[in-house]
Design a protein around this ligand. Structure first.
Ligand code: TXA
Ligand code: MG
Length: 350
């Protein structure tokens, strides 16, 4: 494919804004092409969700296994009518509070949603992004947009346009540059198609926040090792994810332990990167490269910078990245979920 066009679109503050600069992007979507666009979580790789042919181009561009379902993005609740079979009560409550926002809700699907969007499942994951450019792109395209994260399968999700260009240049016709994403981690995914909703992927919107709205305790599928319970309902979880080229090793947030790990890796002849807090990054010695995720305890900043941090080491031929762990409270749970996956051995499934 020829050179990808990158078009800068200045993000304005209201979700109702119309962007004339999105005209070509919307036309490409209508023609069945793939366009990368910003959302508040990570960049997405979008195509017309109602066209199997268009959706197959997404899988091709990403190199993604086709049993891993895509999230469908909508700009209004009216669009749900063409996609879902029913709106469970729990889903309605969550939509009222968290949409537009970083929450994907899994619904029973309608027959006109192509099987290749849902990996053959009888359900469909849907989200209304809280991003004025994403919302206007969907409005102008006049169709729901299926979009996974705009990275090559297995790599960390893109949070800057540079990441998207790294992975998608010459694979798609157009990238919309809307600046860095705000949240930095992919949406929380909750399956509301069952009698008791279950969180399939943790994110910025936490289990506690969801339980407070639903007034009931819900299940959480934190086990990403591909347990039997989850294999059929969250196909994406069995693949290795979020991984940079270097090996990722998790270390407790302790100056002493990080320093010991650095010496150990250096002794083995490895070049070492450290991805940690300001506090640790300022004190460690002999690392080949350090990247700070912000002040210790600032999990918002840590989420925003995490994928940029993981990716930056690729440019410096680092063999091992030592990443310090965070407390698994609030969004810390989502951060640790992504880190656990990034540090897994390459699975046989890839
Ligand atoms: O924040 C996000 O969610 C970003 C932006 C672009 O919206 N998208 C994203 O998509 O992260 P992707 O494809 O990288 O991750 C989608 C996740 C996968 O783990 C997939 O298995 C799950 O959602 N998923 C999608 N539809 C599902 C369904 N019907 N049932 C169960 N899991 C589903
Ligand atoms: Mg992804």
């Amino acid at each position: 494919m020829k050179q990808t066009e990158v078009r800068i679109v200045e993000k304005l503050s209201t979700n109702q804004q119309t962007y004339p600069q999105l005209e070509r992007a919307a036309a490409l979507i209508q023609e069945g092409e793939v366009v990368a666009f910003p959302t508040e979580t990570v960049y997405g790789l979008g195509a017309n969700a109602l066209s199997a042919k268009a959706v197959r181009k997404i899988y091709r561009a990403k190199g993604r296994p086709s049993d891993n379902p895509l999230i469908v993005h909508i700009s209004s609740v009216d669009m749900l009518g063409t996609l879902v079979d029913a709106i469970p009560k729990s889903a309605q409550k969550l939509m009222d509070v968290f949409w537009p926002g970083p929450l994907t809700i899994v619904f029973p699907k309608q027959a006109n949603v192509p099987d290749c969007v849902t990996g053959g499942l009888r359900t469909v994951g849907i989200r209304m992004p809280n991003h004025p450019i994403a919302l206007d792109l969907i409005r102008q395209a006049k169709v729901p947009i299926a979009a996974p994260s705009a990275n090559i399968s297995g790599r960390p999700s893109p949070t800057t346009v540079r990441h998207v260009i790294e992975d998608m240049n010459e694979r798609i016709p157009l990238i919309i540059d809307g600046g860095d994403t705000q949240v930095g981690l992919e949406s929380t995914v909750i399956d509301c198609s069952r009698s008791v909703p279950i969180i399939l992927r943790p994110g910025k919107i936490t289990k506690e926040e969801i339980e407070a709205i639903l007034g009931q305790t819900i299940d959480e599928a934190m086990d990403h090792s591909g347990s039997d319970v989850l294999a059929p309902c969250a196909p994406g979880m069995k693949y290795r994810h979020y991984a940079p080229q270097a090996e990722v090793k998790l270390v407790a947030h302790s100056e002493k332990l990080v320093q010991e790990a650095i010496w150990q890796q250096k002794k083995a002849g490895k070049s070492v990167g450290v991805l940690s807090t300001n506090e640790i990054c300022q004190t460690v010695q002999a690392a080949d490269r350090v990247f700070s995720l912000g002040a210790a305890g600032d999990l918002t900043m840590c989420s925003q910078r995490l994928y940029d941090g993981l990716r930056n080491f690729d440019d410096y031929r680092i063999d091992v990245i030592l990443v310090t762990t965070v407390e698994e409270t609030g969004v810390g749970k989502a951060i640790m979920n992504r880190l656990a996956k990034a540090s897994e051995e390459v699975s046989d499934l890839l």
